[in-house]
Design a protein around this ligand. Structure first.
Ligand SMILES: Cc1cc2nc3c(=O)[nH]c(=O)nc-3n(C[C@H](O)[C@H](O)[C@H](O)COP(=O)(O)OP(=O)(O)OC[C@H]3O[C@@H](n4cnc5c(N)ncnc54)[C@H](O)[C@@H]3O)c2cc1C
Length: 334
C-alpha cells in the first residue's frame, strides 16, 4: 500500500499503529472523536504478561508475552512515559486466597512464591494479615495517559478531531475500541471498568500489587509521583455511572491489603469501557480488501500496543500477514 493511510480511532492502539506506520514512511491521518473517552484514559497501565495469562488462552498469552518484550524498545522511542520495571507482587489476604493464587501460578510464567514476611520486607505497607504471595518480576507498568500524549505529540497534525460514521475509502485501519462495532458490525462489546486515583506519600509502595482479597480481586498501582491507581471493576454494562457500591468494594479491598491507603486523598473516579470480544482476544488483521481491523483488546490494550503496532504496520506495508496474526482474524466469529 502506498496511498495515504487513514486510521479511525486515536486511542492507544490507533495512535501506536499510526506512529509505527509514519516511521515506515507512510502518509497517515488519524481521525478521533477528540474526547478523552477511550478506555486508555482509565487504564492502570499494568503490563501484566504473567498476571493476565489465563488457562485455555495459549495464543493470547503468547501475544502478551511477545508484546511485553517489545515494551522497552517502544518506550525508548517516545520519551518519559512512567515505564517502570520494578515488577509486580501477587498478594493473598487469606489462606483461601493463597490457594486461589497458587492455582493461577500453576500455568503462569515465572512467579516466585514469597512468604508473608518476605512480602513485607519488599513492601512494608502491606497488612500483617497477608498470608503469602509471589513476585512477578517481568510484569511492569507504564502511564497510559503519558503514552497517548507522547504519541499525539509525535504524530502532530496527523491526528485530527473528527467522528467517523462510515468506513472511509482507501486503505484504512479501524482501531476505534468499542466504536468498532458500530462501524463494522464486528462483535466488540463494552465492558465497564471503574478505577480510583488516590494521592499518597511518594514511596508508600513500589511494586504493582495484584490482590486476592476474600475471593475478590483488586490491583494497586503506585506511580513515582505518589498517585496510586486502584482498580478495577468489571461489569457487562455500557453506562458511565460511578456507583457508591463499586467505589466501596475497591476501597475495602485495597485498604484490607494496604491499611495506610485509608489516609490517602481520593482524587479521581473514572469509568471507561474495555473493548471486549466473544473470546476476549483482539481482532487483528485484514477484514475487507482495503480495511484492516485492530480492536477488541479488552483488558490488555496497553500491554498489547507495541506488538499490535508492529504487526499491523507490517501488514499495511508488505501486504503479508505475520503468522502471529492467524489466531486473531477479525472475521473468526462470522
Ligand atoms: C478500567 C480499565 C483498566 C484497564 N487497565 C489496563 C491495564 O492495566 N493494562 C492494559 O494493558 N490495559 C488495560 N485496560 C484496557 C485498555 O485500556 C484497552 O484495551 C485499550 O485502551 C484499547 O485501546 P483502543 O485504542 O483499541 O481503544 P480505546 O482506548 O477505547 O480508544 C478508542 C478511540 O477511538 C475513538 N473512536 C471510537 N469510535 C470512533 C469513531 N466512530 N470515529 C472517531 N473516533 C472514534 C474513541 O474516541 C477513542 O479515542 C483497562 C481498561 C479499563 C477500562
Amino acid at each position: 500500500m502506498t496511498s495515504p493511510l487513514t486510521v479511525v480511532g486515536g486511542g492507544i492502539i490507533g495512535l501506536s499503529i499510526a506512529w509505527r506506520c509514519a516511521q515506515r514512511g507512510l502518509d497517515v491521518a488519524v481521525y478521533d472523536e477528540g474526547r478523552d473517552d477511550g478506555a486508555w484514559y482509565a487504564a492502570a497501565g499494568m503490563l501484566a504478561a504473567a498476571g493476565e495469562t489465563a488457562f485455555g488462552q495459549e495464543a493470547l498469552s503468547a501475544l502478551l508475552l511477545e508484546s511485553s518484550k517489545r515494551w522497552a524498545g517502544f518506550a525508548a522511542g517516545l520519551g518519559s512515559l512512567g515505564y517502570d520495571r520494578t515488577g509486580a507482587l501477587d498478594v493473598a489476604l487469606t489462606s483461601d486466597d493463597l490457594a486461589s493464587a497458587r492455582r493461577m501460578w500453576g500455568y503462569r510464567d515465572g512467579p516466585q512464591p514469597l512468604a508473608s514476611s518476605e512480602l513485607r520486607d519488599l513492601e512494608p505497607a502491606l497488612s500483617p494479615r497477608v498470608r503469602g504471595g509471589a513476585l512477578l518480576p517481568g510484569d511492569h507498568q507504564v502511564d497510559p495517559r503519558r503514552v497517548v500524549a507522547a504519541l499525539r505529540s509525535a504524530l502532530g497534525d496527523a491526528v485530527q478531531p473528527r467522528r467517523v460514521d462510515t468506513i472511509p475509502d482507501g486503505p484504512v485501519v479501524i482501531a476505534a475500541g468499542i466504536g468498532t462495532a458500530a462501524l463494522t458490525g464486528l462483535p466488540v462489546r463494552p465492558v465497564k471498568g471503574l478505577v480510583l486515583r488516590l494521592r499518597a506519600e511518594p514511596g508508600l509502595l513500589r511494586h504493582v500489587i495484584n490482590g486476592y482479597v476474600d475471593g475478590r480481586h483488586v490491583y494497586v498501582v503506585p506511580r513515582a509521583d505518589g498517585d496510586i491507581i486502584v482498580g478495577a471493576t468489571e461489569e457487562e454494562r455500557a453506562d458511565l455511572t460511578v456507583t457508591a457500591g463499586a467505589v466501596l468494594e475497591l476501597l475495602r479491598s485495597a485498604t484490607d491489603l494496604v491499611p495506610d491507603l485509608a489516609e490517602a486523598e481520593l482524587t479521581e473516579t473514572v469509568v471507561r469501557h474495555r473493548p471486549g470480544t466473544p473470546d476476549n482476544a483482539p481482532l487483528l488483521g485484514r477484514w475487507r480488501t482495503d480495511v484492516i481491523v485492530a480492536a477488541g483488546h479488552h483488558r490488555n490494550g496497553v500491554l498489547l500496543a507495541p506488538i499490535t503496532a508492529d504487526l499491523i504496520a507490517d501488514l499495511v506495508v508488505t501486504g503479508r500477514p505475520d503468522p502471529l496474526l492467524d489466531a486473531f482474524a477479525p472475521g473468526r466469529f462470522a
